[in-house]
Ligand binder design. Structure first.
Ligand SMILES: [Zn+2]
Length: 103
């Protein structure tokens, strides 16, 4: 629902939320109940920040056809080259018949 601006001769500016169907109906000042004259104002456009615009562009571009990556993505690798998991992180093998042996 848009916000319309009106001007009352006695009280000054005021704003009213109304439906598009009522865009041309008369408005009455909420203070003095006198007639208000509609003012035409520019729409409230907000500039999208550049990083948000770039992310949206990338998202739209890859929505139907994801980009094929040939090499590692830029940035710091999650694990440096030569990294080996610590012994406590490797899965253990249990004795035959125990639940761990099915891992
Ligand atoms: Zn008024």
């Amino acid at each position: 629902m848009p916000l319309y601006a009106f001007d009352c001769v006695g009280c000054g500016l005021y704003e009213v939320w109304r439906s598009l169907a009522e865009y041309n109906s008369p408005s009455w000042c909420p203070a003095c109940r006198g007639p208000g004259r509609r003012l035409y104002t520019p729409p409230g456009l907000v500039r999208t920040p550049s990083h948000v615009r770039q992310a949206r562009t990338l998202e739209e571009k890859s929505a139907n056809e994801p980009e094929v990556v040939q090499g590692p993505l830029p940035g710091r690798p999650l694990r440096p080259p030569g990294y080996t998991s610590p012994t406590w992180a490797t899965p253990r093998r249990g004795r035959p018949g125990s639940p761990l042996s099915r891992l």
